[in-house]
Design a protein around this ligand. Structure first.
Ligand SMILES: N[C@@H](CCC(=O)N[C@@H](CS)C(=O)NCC(=O)O)C(=O)O
Length: 220
């Protein structure tokens, strides 16, 4: 059975959403955020202290976009993966990794310096600079959506899950009001997918059963 270590609404939501899209069986192990501080025993399982951690037999992975790629490839065939023979293969890999490396990276600085650090360590300049960075990078999505409903391959794929998580995080950071109309519509379509809603319900259910409260962000 696939085991996924997860904190509510963290990057581990990407593999959770992918598991739900694929309809696979899995065990969700909930952790409080940040696990490094609130669940120090987890460091014995994952010395990085981060989520996701996915275990599948001998396979052990800690990168959210790579886990999505692994799941749709390993447990396919599925339309969620773009095959190397398809013209959109390169675009697919690019968007899959763009979601984490280009979109989520600046948001983590916004999150940290506007909500996670104690007041005296907060840094409005960092927050402003990396908010602008993030919003500027959204232009690439806006351009892609000019010609198709999803970022590539004219269908919903794991790349939309990777990018979609970054939009979900932006929503939590109160940045979604600054999305363009096309991105607002795209995010609306992603977040009302039945399998997205199932992933949200699964983390809520597991959190209640394991007595791990959801991560609540402090106001900015
Ligand atoms: N690049 C990794 C980043 C993993 C990561 O930093 N996860 C965050 C949650 S969103 C975490 O566990 N932070 C806790 C910490 O850094 O102590 C991925 O995409 O999975």
């Amino acid at each position: 059975m696939i085991i996924l270590y997860h904190c509510s609404r963290a990057r581990s939501f990407r593999p959770l959403w992918t598991l739900e899209e694929l309809g696979l069986d899995y065990e969700l192990k909930m952790l409080p955020f940040p696990p490094r501080v609130l669940a120090p025993d987890y460091l014995q399982t994952n010395p990085l202290g981060t989520v996701p951690l996915m275990l599948d037999g001998e396979t052990r992975m800690t990168e959210s976009a790579a886990i999505c790629q692994y799941l749709v490839t390993r447990y396919g065939p599925t339309a969620l993966a773009v095959a190397p023979r398809e013209p959109a293969y390169g675009a697919y890999l690019n968007w899959l990794h763009f979601g984490e490396a280009t979109l989520t990276f600046p948001q983590t600085l916004v999150l940290r310096y506007s909500r996670l650090e104690p007041q005296e360590r907060r840094n409005p300049q960092v927050v402003e600079d990396y908010t602008r960075w993030f919003l500027a990078r959204l232009r690439a999505i806006d351009a892609a959506l000019l010609s198709q409903p999803y970022v590539c391959a004219h269908r919903f794929t794991a790349a939309d899950i990777s990018v979609g998580f970054a939009l979900m995080l932006a929503d939590r950071l109160d940045l979604s009001a600054r999305f363009s109309p096309r991105i607002t519509d795209y995010w609306q379509r992603l977040s009302t997918r039945e399998r997205f809603e199932r992933a949200v319900a699964a983390e809520e259910r597991a959190g209640l059963a394991q007595r791990v409260p959801p991560t609540v962000l402090k106001p900015a």
